[in-house]
Design a protein around this ligand. Sequence first.
Ligand SMILES: [Zn+2]
Length: 92
Amino acid sequence: MGQGSESIGWDDGEDGYAVMAESECIAMRSAYDAAKAAKVGSMIHCPTCRKRFLKRSYQQAFCRNKGRGNCKDRFHNTVSETRRERAIAFSS
Ligand SMILES: [Zn+2]
């Protein structure tokens, strides 16, 4: 709960890129939802790196949420990046 707006304006997959990104994004989001819904003390999968770890607090959804390039930041970067132009991120 918390995020009520589900107005994602996908321009249905022009050349395969957006389709790929979208399904990847959806998979991460569903893993995130599952992690959020899991009980404290149960084993969950990190939505970003898919590592299994023990959920220690009710709001925890990632194996790491501190430091550089942690899974929480990477998750949010990926989710917001794929909403925009994905091609740009892979140009270098
Ligand atoms: Zn992780």
